[in-house]
Ligand binder design. Structure first.
Ligand code: GLY
Length: 572
């Protein structure tokens, strides 16, 4: 039975019992206290607590769904036999409709009759000072001939709320081949932010069964990477490859496809950072095995092919997903190469060094830990997080740095932004070098009209009335690259605005110069008054041009509006 059939049989089974099939909600939840959708019940929270009426919205008090889910807690575990980041959750729900007896009967029927599996044993809640033991579920199971019943506590048999507060309650779980396949939750309480429990006005049922895991049982496979869901994706990778690495790439790219299809963009914050981490980890293995990024693209295309029928958003977003994948790779590859080279030379990596690597090259913790191997034996995630926190405090104190005249105003600078900040600072200095080179090649009529700097490129607008020739572009590139290779130190002077102008400093006036301004000069004779670049600016800049690692390149030169040219350039 393939996974598509399992999905259909699940939906059909519950529809036949009066459940309304509800489409999966987005991986980006509406609840702001939750980063990503982790369970099928999330979209139904308002129905469990009586805020919304299921009869009005679904025509039934009972629903069934196949929900896209993502659990960050398992990222570091991926690569073993069972853990995944993204998965699909089969679930049936009741909001004041049926309760324990029906829920357990449905679970039993579906597993044994529809799926033809044998239940090893089940577990129920053992009871504690707040919530009584679930003897009722125990009796229902016994009535079905299940006699092996384990009793567990809060950790195993109690569903806590997703987010800061919400419905929760004791669970009963079904085990097949020694593995938990189905979690049936009896929502009887509402957990408040202070963790106290209040009885819910109406009782509810919420269940969750991972499709990948169920497919392992139904298809008689050994692990989640051998089912028809992931096996065709893994197969694209060479047989000789380490199987853990294969699994990580397959899991991470599958998850990335789903996150991208739901509109998550790679960034240095929140879910964007989770996505970036997944992509970067996949890129790192691709790089280590000397694959081209097209290998990853083939995996992505296979994921879309595999899941596109059931999740049409994947088909609709296909081009976008592939574009963003390549964009991220482009932005990360040179830092990755440099980072791996430097990492190779290190003899040992402690938390401080690891954080430095993260900050300078954007290498995530797990990559550093993995690549450095024995050299990073003492490195722990806790140690790394400590460094992270320390740095966050420092960064917060130094927040609100402004990039003078270049359209970059950094507000809430968190540690996560630190790596990006470094790249931008380098590109900011590069923008000065470009401005100077344009003056040297095209003459003094060049006058800046604006600029914009991202972690990927700088964009520079200037007054000039024709297209640049290929030779001119080449000359500008050479001049900037020479200035980078020369490793010119920065010279910063503070002086009255009029003196700065007289000294020949370039400036871009936006009506906001103070009386005293800073002038940034980059050699060869910064001291003698005729440096390569001299500009009025608010900073920040690198302390010497050698800190800009890579080759400067103009990627586009075009007209931006009448008499204004626009250049986009990168360093990589
Ligand atoms: N909400 C039940 C589960 O996700 O297991």
């Amino acid at each position: 039975m393939n996974s598509q059939e399992i999905r259909q049989r699940f939906l059909k089974f519950f529809q036949e019992q009066g459940h309304k099939a509800v489409p999966s909600s987005s991986l980006v939840p509406t609840d702001p206290s939750v980063l990503l959708t982790t369970a099928g019940m999330q979209q139904f929270k308002p129905y469990f607590v009586g805020q919304k009426d299921p009869l009005a919205d679904f025509g039934s008090k009972n629903t069934v769904s196949v929900q896209k889910s993502f659990r960050t807690s398992d990222i570091d575990e991926v690569g073993d036999e069972t853990h995944l980041t993204f998965f699909e959750m089969l679930g049936n729900f009741s909001f004041g409709g049926y309760f324990k007896k029906e829920a357990i009967h449905y679970g039993y029927e579906f597993i044994t009759k529809e799926m033809g599996l044998t239940i090893d044993y089940v577990s129920v809640f053992e009871g504690d000072s707040e919530v009584p033991a679930d003897t009722e579920s125990e009796e229902i199971w016994r009535s079905l001939g299940i006699t092996k019943i384990e009793r567990f506590g809060r950790k195993d048999n109690f569903w806590g709320p997703t987010g800061a507060e919400g419905p929760c309650g004791p669970t009963t779980e079904i085990y097949v081949n020694g593995v938990e396949v189905w979690n049936i939750v009896f929502n009887e309480y509402y957990m408040k932010p202070d963790k106290t429990l209040e009885p819910l006005k109406q009782k509810g049922v919420d269940t969750g069964m991972g499709l990948d895991r169920l497919a392992v049982m139904v298809q008689g496979k050994k692990n989640v990477f051998e089912t028809d869901l992931l096996e065709p994706i893994l197969k694209i990778l060479p047989e000789s490859m380490d199987s853990r690495h294969k699994r990580i790439i397959a899991d991470h790219l599958r998850a990335s496809v789903f996150l991208l299809a739901d509109g998550v963009m790679p960034s240095n914050k929140d879910r964007g950072y989770i996505l970036r981490r997944l992509l970067r980890r996949a890129f790192t293995y691709e790089h280590i095995y000397k694959f081209s990024p097209q290998t990853g693209e083939s995996l992505i295309i296979e994921v879309i092919k595999k899941y596109g029928d059931f999740y049409p958003e994947l088909q609709n977003q296909k081009n976008n997903i592939i574009d963003i994948y390549f964009g991220e790779w482009q932005g990360f590859k040179s830092a990755l190469e440099r980072g791996l080279k430097v990492l190779e030379k290190e003899n040992s990596i402690d938390a401080e060094k690891a954080f430095n690597f993260y900050e300078t090259y954007g290498l995530p913790y797990d990559i550093i830990k993995e690549i450095a191997g024995v050299k990073a034996e003492s490195l722990t995630l806790e140690g790394f997080d400590e460094e992270f926190k320390k740095h966050q405090e420092i960064s917060r104190a130094g927040a609100e740095k402004k990039f003078g005249g270049h359209g970059m105003v950094e507000g809430d600078l968190t540690a996560l932004d630190a790596a990006e900040m470094k790249v931008k600072t380098g590109l900011h200095t590069v923008t000065h070098l470009l401005n100077a080179a344009l003056h040297k090649v095209l003459g003094e009529e060049v006058s800046q009209r604006g600029s914009d700097i991202t972690a990927e490129r700088t964009r520079f607008d200037f007054v000039f009335n024709r297209k640049l020739t290929d030779e001119e572009i080449k000359k500008v590139e050479d001049l900037v690259n020479e200035a980078i290779s020369a490793n010119y130190p920065v010279k910063i002077e503070t002086m009255p605005l009029e003196d700065a102008k007289k000294s020949g400093a370039l400036y871009f006036y936006k009506g906001n110069f103070p009386e005293m301004v800073k002038v940034y000069s980059f050699g060869p004779s910064a001291d003698s008054g005729s440096p390569f670049s001299r500009e009025i600016c608010g900073g920040p800049h690198v302390s010497s041009t050698g800190e800009i690692v890579g080759k400067f390149r103009i990627i586009k030169e075009e007209s931006s509006s009448a008499g204004i040219r626009r250049i986009r350039a990168t360093v990589e």
